[in-house]
Design a protein around this ligand. Structure first.
Ligand code: F6P
Length: 324
């Protein structure tokens, strides 16, 4: 391997730039050329490449977003699109690929590897923390801190007005952000897709909390929660059934994806970038590099895509006890 390509794909996450920097500098360290591919797989199809050296990634370790831009490419889902992308890589002399993204991006990488026998290595970059084979995805820790910071602020106004706030957080189909940030911010209830609380128990819990003397409350809802009502319908439901509450809704949205990465995410990105490049140089392919028991470890891409991330049951119990 003489030249490695790096791209970011899918939803961006804080720490992606630190991972790009790590890939580029590890290539330089091993005297390998590195090519940045813009706009994920779409840029691969369009040949949007740029040679990158150690100085082209100066001052980005602390930056949110991704300097390489990101996209969700429909064309890469077609054989024709992938053929074009492969031809562009061959023409540019790129021998292997590091893909920074989530499970959709890894699915693309795995198909590409199967079709062309092309060496690929994945780095998990998503705030959702929903990738099997790593305890942490890049950006998750930063997003948790962002959410906790926002809820702390919401708590100030909730408490001043004796209000109940429903705060919706991201996570796609997973409740990791909601559960962890909910505990960190002292939420009254946490609604996640992995655990169906049910409307009756929600009302019961809110009644208990009122009776115990609490005058304001925060309920955190994962966007993928399956209670059967979206956050605005939930507000209406509580308005109807518990008129004693003054309810407001706050949907945190994309602010959760931005911002300067936490130290944890920067260190993780640096470690995963080194491992991704060195694994490719050792002839390994079709793996994801992740963090398992605090050690950087490889998981076959197929398992990373198909495997299921479990919610930590102990945290559910802790959350219950904390709302006493
Ligand atoms: O996967 C990251 C994520 O932010 C999810 O939490 C969310 O469901 C989705 O992406 C939003 O996607 P988009 O930015 O395309 O609206």
């Amino acid at each position: 391997i003489k030249k490695i390509g790096v791209l970011t794909s899918g939803g961006d996450s804080p720490g992606m730039n630190a991972a790009i920097r790590s890939v580029v500098r590890t290539c330089a360290f091993h005297n390998i050329e590195c090519v940045g591919i813009y706009r994920g797989y779409q840029g691969m199809i369009e040949g949007d490449f740029k040679e990158m050296g150690p100085r082209s990634v100066n001052n980005i370790v602390n930056k949110g977003g991704t300097i390489l831009k990101s996209a969700r490419s429909k064309e890469f889902m077609t054989v024709e699109g992938r053929k074009k992308a492969h031809q562009n890589l061959v023409n540019a002399g790129v021998d292997a690929l590091v893909v920074i993204g989530g499970d959709g991006s890894f699915t693309g990488a795995e198909i590409f590897n199967n079709e062309f026998g092309y060496p690929v290595m994945g780095i998990p970059g998503t705030i959702d923390n929903d990738i099997f084979g790593t305890s942490h995805t890049l950006g998750y820790d930063t997003a948790l801190n962002t959410v906790v910071d926002c809820i702390d602020k919401i708590r100030d106004t909730a408490s001043s007005h004796n209000r109940l706030f429903f705060v919706e957080v991201m996570g796609r189909d997973a409740g990791h952000i909601a559960l962890n940030a909910g505990i960190g911010a002292g939420a009254e209830e946490i609604l996640i897709p992995e655990e169906d609380l049910g409307l009756d128990r929600l009302l019961e819990s809110l009644r208990k909390s009122k009776a115990s003397g609490k005058s304001s409350s925060i309920v955190v809802i994962a966007e993928g929660d399956k209670i059967g009502k979206n956050v605005f319908e939930l507000k209406d439901y509580v308005d109807e059934n518990m008129p004693e509450y003054d309810v407001r809704v706050s949907v945190l949205g994309h602010m959760q994806r931005g911002g300067s990465p936490s130290c944890f995410d920067r260190v993780l990105a640096s470690r995963l970038g080194v491992k991704a490049v060195e694994s490719l140089l050792e002839g390994k392919s079709n793996f994801m590099v992740g963090l398992l028991n605090d050690k950087v470890a490889l998981t076959p891409l197929e398992q990373a895509i198909k495997g299921h991330t479990e919610i930590d049951r102990e945290l559910l119990r802790v959350s219950d006890i904390m709302t006493t």
